[in-house]
Design a protein around this ligand. Structure first.
Ligand code: 13P
Length: 246
């Protein structure tokens, strides 16, 4: 019922030349029909190029953020309509790096989520606790609050139009992935909060997912795929993770 989904978040990496090489590695390795949905989220400035390179492929793409505004005097921001114009299917919202470095609040993230679904762009909502919060046994509180801010704004049916990514902050870029059991516990909690809508909402895990750790994560009942950072920058590694999701 829920399609396995693997999304690469390239963050602020790669040059235009690297991008072309990476996409070519992906398109040559991911041909034919697959059970898993695969997408990449390059930096904004490479989206048009990636759109062109992925045109004949079965790989989708998206942005790493989206404005909460529809249009107007918002220097430096990119709207949902602009992303759709380029053929984007997804936009990541509320990544912990944006919450931390750009000071994005859960309310702002909820507004971005709403701006995306209003236009038919699929938001990938990131939630997750810091190490300190986990040690204080506040994981469910923190994840629950981040999720409820979006539910309060768009309702459970609204959230179900997007994808949820559980990304524990302490596992991002550290090489220290959550164990499959740790991740499953939080995924099950998210699904419970989502109620009946949770049955058809994809919940991805993110945080140091590598080819050798992917299969065990995906074997968990409530883990529907992955949001991959570092390993999505190497075509072979990313494709190995995609194959593990099938
Ligand atoms: P890493 O896979 O590099 O830990 O990054 C995860 C992430 O932040 C994806 O959004």
């Amino acid at each position: 019922m829920r399609r396995p989904t693997v999304v690469g978040n390239w963050k602020m990496n790669a040059s235009l030349e690297d991008t072309a090489a990476l996409v070519s590695g992906l398109t040559s390795g991911w041909t034919g029909v697959h059970q898993a949905e695969v997408a990449v989220c390059p930096p904004y400035v490479y989206l048009a190029k990636v759109a062109e390179l992925l045109e004949e492929s079965n790989i989708a793409f998206g942005a790493q953020d989206v404005s909460e505004h529809e249009s107007g005097a918002y220097t430096g921001q990119i709207s949902a309509d602009m992303l759709l114009d380029l053929g984007c299917k997804y936009a990541i919202v509320g990544h912990s790096e944006r919450r931390e470095y750009q000071g994005e609040s859960s309310e702002l993230v909820a507004a971005k989520f709403e701006a995306a679904i209003k236009k038919g762009l699929v938001p990938i909502l990131c939630v997750g606790e810091t190490l300190e919060e986990r040690e204080q046994e506040r994981t469910f509180d923190v994840v629950g609050q981040q999720l409820r801010a979006v539910i309060d704004r768009v309702g459970l049916e609204g959230v179900a139009k997007g994808v949820i990514a559980y990304e524990p902050v302490w596992a991002i870029g550290t090489g220290r992935s959550a164990t499959p059991e740790m991740a499953q516990e939080v995924h099950a909690y998210i699904r419970e909060v989502m109620g009946p809508e949770g049955e058809h909402t994809a919940i991805l895990y993110g945080g140091s997912v590598k080819p050798d750790s992917a299969a065990a994560l995906f074997a968990q009942q409530d883990i529907d795929g992955a949001l991959v950072g570092g390993a999505s920058l190497k075509a072979e590694d990313f494709l190995a993770i995609c194959r593990a999701a099938e």
